[in-house]
Structure formats: structure tokens, C-alpha cells
Design a protein. Structure first.
Length: 411
């Protein structure tokens, strides 16, 4: 195994990382092939993560969390991803993303509810993407209509991680007041299994990450109490940008999963180059293979450093979340490098790499997702360029975000 750099880490962080490494090696790793084969969400691993204290680490101590930083969490995620990608994603989503949004912008009631669920083992779902609103998330048509003390939500989301296993759902919807005025996009907390109106639709047949369900979620007159609207201080008009700010932590988390898979694949490949012999010599003695290893290591180190820098950073408004520019760059570089590294690791195993008896083919399938989910590598480049130029770069032809058609008030 190539030693990771320890510089800049506290004793506590090194101890945390070592604990995660042992968990990944002894508990998660041995389950990874079966989780992939059976395509079942690993409740046993969730229970073990809970026991080991890897859920809700970033939540405040007063709510049962550990007040840990995103960097602490990133150290854990890399170790998990080396051995089992689904386990790593559970750690991401119980420490970053929807839970971070609620911890930052939620009311005390919402925070207590979310913290309790996560500590019980729930992986919150974040519901943004719709069939006609992917990269163009602002085009979402799921709507929340205010009616007295409740919001009534109707619409359909797809590719929602955790569909059918998550209890807590952070639902993004276009909000309308009682007069039908469009107030902008807001987020709502809903708990699956409490009341009617939240239905799980088709599960996707995914190429990788098969233990983590991805699927449709349909809202049919789902009633959410008004006090479950998650409102950033800027209100609804600017609220979507604030709510999405929380996604910067998720991006760092997702990039770290990709980087961790790459680190694990490189470890396997390096061992193999020392033992596999052809032409009477270990294949690691061939310069063609040495340069592949070196290129893999260079990309891995650069990705790790970018992710750590992003995890340590704070946004321009000194918000609780990583800087968007650093988070986007780290996710682009880590995800694209990881796809190359894992692919090259498989190549180094020759035909054996193509066999399902080794984990390389699973790692290739798993890593492929990370240039897509959580903002594609292309859309994140637009974010980076927009910051560089200091211009807004609306992607619609007329330079404006279209508003969805108003619904007839009498409907
Ligand atoms: C495994 C997985 C898990 C996911 N989990 C969740 C989840 O939990 N919650 C959730 O809400 N969503 C989730 N998603 C959805 C994900 O966020 C979207 O897939 C992503 O935002 C892209 O949307 P799309 O798939 O509709 O692609 P599209 O937006 O249709 O894009 C298609 C292609 O066009 C490119 N493109 C689009 N617009 C531009 C542009 N302006 N400039 C340049 N290129 C562009 C894209 O980069 C892409 O290559 C998940 C997706 C995956 C694969």
C-alpha cells in the first residue's frame, strides 16, 4: 500500500482515519462483493456504522453528533471507499448533503428530527432531479402550494439515492402562495411512512453502486406541515442558491468516494505488478507499467490534496460550507482522474481484471457515476468558468430561466 500523507493532521484525525481503515478492512470490505451481487441496501453495515460512530459525525454534539469537520469525514470516506463504495456513500449522506442543509438552515425542531433519524441509522434522501429537470434544476415543476397550515406537494423526482430505504426526504419544489403567486424554489422535510402522498416508483437498474437504490419518488397531494419548510435567512427568492450551497459539502464527499475507489484500485494494482511475472520478470519491472503506476499516483495525490483543500475551505460568505469554486474543481478533477486510475488498474491485471472474481470490474462500474451525480463534470466547469470570468452564465438561449406555466387557480 502506498502511504498516504499524514502532514497537517492531528493525532485525533489520524486515529479516526485508522479506525475507519480497520472498519473498512474487517467489516465493510468483506461484504462489498455480495452487496453488489445482491443489489440489496446493506442494513447490517448501517447498524455497524452506527455502533462505530460513523453516522452524524458532523452534527452538533448537543444533538448527539460529534461536531466533526468535513475534513475529518473525508478521511473516513476515503478509507471506506477503498473497500466498499456503498458503505462510503452511506457515510457521505449521513454527514453531508441533506443533513448539512437542515443543520445549517433548519429550525430547532427540524434539526432535532433530522438528527434523531440519522442517529437511528437513516440515510436522508435529497430530492431535486426530475425527468425534465436534470442539470437545469431550476426547471423543476414539482410544486408546493400553501394551503393554511400545510404545503401540498405534487410532482415526480427521479434518480433519488435511497428511494425506498430513506425515511427523511428533503424535497425541493417550486413554492406557490395561497393566491397562486410563484415564490421561488424551497425545500421541505417529509418523513416516508408518516401520512399519505409519498410513493416510491420505479427502481433504476444501475451499472454500479448496486447496493444503493436509485429511483423515482412521486408526490401526490403530500401534505407537509408549514413548519417543515426549510427556509434560509435570505428567504425563498434567493433561497435556492443558499440551499444548494450545502451541496458543496456533498460534492467534496462524492469526489472523495471516487478518489477512495481509485486509491483502493491502485493498491491492488501495485501489489499485482510485484507478483505477476511475464517474460521471466515481475511486470512492475517494465517501464510501460511503471509509468502507468506513476501517472496513477500523480493523479491520486493531486485529487486528494484538492479534496482536502476544499474540505478545509469556507465559502466566500464564510458560510459553514466548502468554497463552491474549490468544491467544484475538486469534484471535477477527482471524479475524472478516478475513472482513469481505476480503468488503468484493471488494465494492469490483464484478463484477470475483467473477471468478476476480482473487485476491479466492480470498481470500474462504481466509479463511473461520479462524473454525473451531484452536478455533471460539464456543468461544474460552467460554475468554475463563471467564477473566473465574474459573469453569470445562464445556459438558456435567451439568457433567462424559464418559469413553468402557472396552474389554474381553480384546479
Ligand atoms: C447514481 C446517481 C445518483 C443520483 N442521486 C441523486 C439524488 O439523490 N438526488 C437528486 O436530486 N439527483 C440525483 N441524481 C441525479 C443527478 O444529479 C443528475 O443525473 C445530474 O444532475 C444530471 O442530470 P441528467 O442526468 O438529467 O443529465 P442532463 O442534464 O440531461 O445532461 C445530459 C448531458 O448534457 C450535459 N449538459 C447539460 N447541460 C449542460 C450545459 N449547460 N453545459 C454543458 N453540458 C451540459 C451534461 O453534462 C450531460 O453530459 C443522481 C444521479 C446518479 C447517476
Amino acid at each position: 500500500m502506498v502511504a498516504a500523507m499524514d502532514s497537517g493532521f492531528s493525532q485525533d484525525q489520524i486515529a479516526l482515519r485508522d479506525r475507519a481503515r480497520a472498519f473498512a478492512r474487517d467489516v465493510a470490505g468483506p461484504r462489498a462483493a455480495a452487496i453488489d451481487r445482491d443489489a440489496q441496501y446493506p442494513w447490517d453495515i448501517v447498524e455497524a456504522l452506527k455502533e462505530a460512530g460513523f453516522l452524524g459525525m458532523t452534527m452538533p454534539g448537543i444533538l448527539g453528533g460529534q461536531d466533526r469537520s468535513f475534513l475529518d469525514t473525508v478521511l473516513v470516506i476515503e478509507e471506506m471507499a477503498k473497500c466498499c463504495t456503498v458503505t462510503a456513500r452511506i457515510v457521505v449522506e449521513t454527514n453531508m448533503g441533506a443533513i448539512s442543509t437542515v443543520m445549517r438552515y433548519g429550525s430547532e425542531t427540524q434539526k432535532e428530527l433530522a438528527a434523531r433519524l440519522v442517529l437511528e441509522g437513516d440515510k436522508p434522501a435529497i430530492c431535486i432531479t426530475e425527468p425534465e429537470a436534470g442539470s437545469d434544476a431550476m426547471a423543476m415543476t414539482t410544486r408546493a402550494d400553501k394551503r393554511g397550515d400545510v404545503y401540498v406537494i405534487n410532482g415526480k423526482k427521479h434518480w433519488i439515492t435511497g428511494a425506498g430505504v430513506s425515511r427523511m426526504h428533503l424535497i425541493f419544489a417550486r413554492v406557490f402562495d395561497e393566491h397562486g403567486e410563484d415564490l421561488g424554489i424551497g425545500a421541505f422535510l417529509a418523513i416516508r411512512g408518516e401520512g399519505k402522498g409519498l410513493r416510491i416508483g420505479k427502481r433504476e437498474e444501475t451499472m454500479g453502486l448496486r447496493g444503493m437504490p436509485e429511483g423515482e419518488i412521486i408526490f401526490e397531494d403530500l401534505e407537509v406541515p408549514a413548519n417543515m419548510a426549510v427556509l434560509p435567512p435570505s428567504g425563498l427568492r434567493r433561497g435556492f442558491a443558499d440551499l444548494m450551497n450545502a451541496y458543496n459539502s456533498q460534492r467534496v464527499g462524492a469526489g472523495t468516494v471516487a478518489m477512495g475507489i481509485a486509491a483502493g484500485a491502485l493498491d491492488h494494482a501495485l501489489d499485482w505488478t510485484k507478483t505477476r511475472e511475464q517474460f521471466g520478470r515481475p511486470i512492475g519491472e517494465f517501464q510501460g507499467v511503471q509509468w502507468m503506476l506513476a501517472d496513477m499516483q500523480v493523479q491520486l495525490t493531486a485529487a486528494r490534496l484538492m479534496l482536502h483543500a476544499a474540505a478545509r475551505s469556507r465559502g466566500l460568505d464564510n458560510s459553514a460550507f466548502p468554497d463552491p469554486m474549490l468544491a467544484a474543481q475538486a469534484k471535477i478533477f477527482a471524479s475524472e482522474s478516478a475513472v482513469r486510475i481505476v480503468n488503468d488498474a484493471l488494465q494492469i491485471f490483464g484478463a484477470r481484471g475483467y473477471s468478476r472474481e476480482l473487485p476491479l470490474e466492480r470498481m470500474v462500474r462504481d466509479v463511473r457515476m461520479f462524473t454525473i451525480g451531484g452536478g455533471t463534470a460539464q456543468v461544474l466547469r460552467t460554475l468554475v468558468a463563471s467564477r473566473m470570468l465574474g459573469w453569470k452564465l445562464p445556459q438558456t438561449r435567451d439568457g433567462h430561466m424559464p418559469k413553468p406555466p402557472m396552474r389554474d387557480a381553480a384546479e
